[in-house]
Write a protein that binds this ligand. Structure first.
Ligand SMILES: NC(=O)C1=CN([C@@H]2O[C@H](COP(=O)(O)OP(=O)(O)OC[C@H]3O[C@@H](n4cnc5c(N)ncnc54)[C@H](O)[C@@H]3O)[C@@H](O)[C@H]2O)C=CC1
Length: 377
């Protein structure tokens, strides 16, 4: 059966407010029928449930854009190797998914079932092909030693990690991290540097209230500890065809991938103007400013502009980033990258479009679900 994106989309849209219940039912059914699979998941499943629906949403809405779908599923397939997922697990997941959709659909017809079956087969074969190809030259995960743990404030640390084997990545991507304290719990963090000859990767981590992995990385990790890293993911990378000037908009630890992009431009030897707006609440939150000033002094085309939202006495630029964008000359000829809190990304993108920046030139990693955003928890 050929792909029928319309049928799948219409059926998926019906789930609406039942999404949480459907996700709980899906995992309940999957584990009841395949008890051995339970051990591959973390003890607490709440974030996992959100991730399932986030992934499904992304897949369903990309069904009629083959390029986007293939790119996303290849990353998903490669990333799933770190969970120990094998080819034989895919039919079990497919059966639980179809059973769940059948149960939560108002209208389930043989055509709808055939459309979902075809979509799942397409998705799983793309994931498996990418996983198989990846297995030929990379491990499912990397062990990394904490080379340096720089505690910059009570809730923020910059970690420099040395993977035991080379971990390929492109500036602007993120990876997932697992700590010994929280087995099977992986959280995404953006890589804060461009690839280096010594293979080190640097992460900016803020400990979130109740954040298992972020708290562990900031407060209970020290030089010499080992962490597990998943493969590099994400598409917020430089456009290799572009020589346009760059506007980089960072909020809090969202600075990490933008610093990597700035480093990448600098290392390329090209002279592109880069304006880096560093959004923070107060001066004390500008945790990386000395490093950024160093970078600025080494590359005359980089301008670092702190923007503080909760520091009334500050004599630099004040306000929330989306509100200050119109104070500059226009950004219409720039490539723009935005990274930070979800709401900041959303409103910055809206404001940039209002100011005439074509949507295709605005890049961010906001995938629709905050839980899957790098730097979260
Ligand atoms: N690739 C990415 O997109 C990455 C995203 N992040 C995300 O960045 C966030 C960083 O959090 P923190 O360091 O605690 O930053 P924060 O919460 O202290 O905020 C930093 C900046 O964002 C602004 N901001 C916050 N809420 C806003 C809103 N509703 N509207 C407009 N501006 C707003 C603040 O005014 C400040 O300028 C996390 O949510 C994390 O998930 C982190 C790393 C990479």
């Amino acid at each position: 059966m050929s792909l029928e994106p319309r049928l799948v989309k219409e059926n998926f849209a019906q789930l609406g407010t039942s999404a949480d219940k459907a996700a709980a039912y899906f995992y309940g059914r999957l584990f009841a029928e395949n008890p051995r699979l339970r051990a591959m998941f973390p003890p607490a499943m709440d974030i996992q449930r959100d991730r399932l629906f986030h992934a499904l949403t992304k897949i369903v809405w990309s069904l009629d854009s083959p390029g986007t779908l293939a790119g996303y599923l290849s990353q998903l397939g490669r990333d799933h190797r770190k969970f120990g997922v094998l080819r034989e697990h895919y039919p079990a997941v497919g059966a639980a998914l179809i059973a769940t959709l059948r149960k939560f659909s108002d209208e389930w017809t043989p055509d709808v079932e055939a459309a979902w079956t075809a979509a799942y087969q397409e998705a799983s074969s793309l994931m498996l092909a990418a996983a198989d190809e990846d297995a030929e030259h990379t491990p499912p995960w990397w062990v990394a030693e904490v080379h340096d743990h720089d505690r910059r404030s009570h809730d923020l640390a910059v970690l420099t990690l040395r993977p035991a084997q080379q971990l390929p990545f492109t500036a602007g991507q993120y990876l997932t991290v697992q700590t010994a304290r929280w087995p099977r719990v992986w959280r995404p963090y953006s890589i804060a540097n461009a690839p280096r000859s010594d293979g080190m990767v640097r992460l900016h981590v803020r400990a979130l209230p109740g954040g298992w992995v972020s708290g562990s990385l900031v407060r209970h990790t020290t030089s010499g500890d080992s962490l597990l890293l998943g493969p590099a993911l994400g598409s917020m990378t430089l456009d290799p065809e572009s020589d346009r000037d760059l506007l980089l908009i960072a909020g809090g630890t969202g600075l990490a991938p933008l610093k990597a992009l700035a480093e990448q431009v600098i290392m390329s030897g090209r002279h592109r103007n880069i304006q880096l707006l560093v959004g923070a609440r107060a001066e004390r939150d500008l945790y990386d400013l000395p490093d950024l000033r160093l970078l600025e002094s080494s590359y005359p085309w980089l301008e670092v502009i702190p923007v503080l939202s909760e520091e009334p006495g500050y004599d630099g630029m004040r306000g929330q980033i989306p509100d200050v964008l119109s104070r500059f000359h226009d950004w219409q000829d720039h490539d723009v990258y935005v990274s930070g809190p979800t709401e900041m990304i959303r409103s910055s993108v809206g404001e940039l479009q209002r100011l005439g920046v074509p949507p295709a030139r605005i890049r961010h990693d906001l995938l629709g679900a905050e839980e899957s955003q790098p730097g979260k928890s």
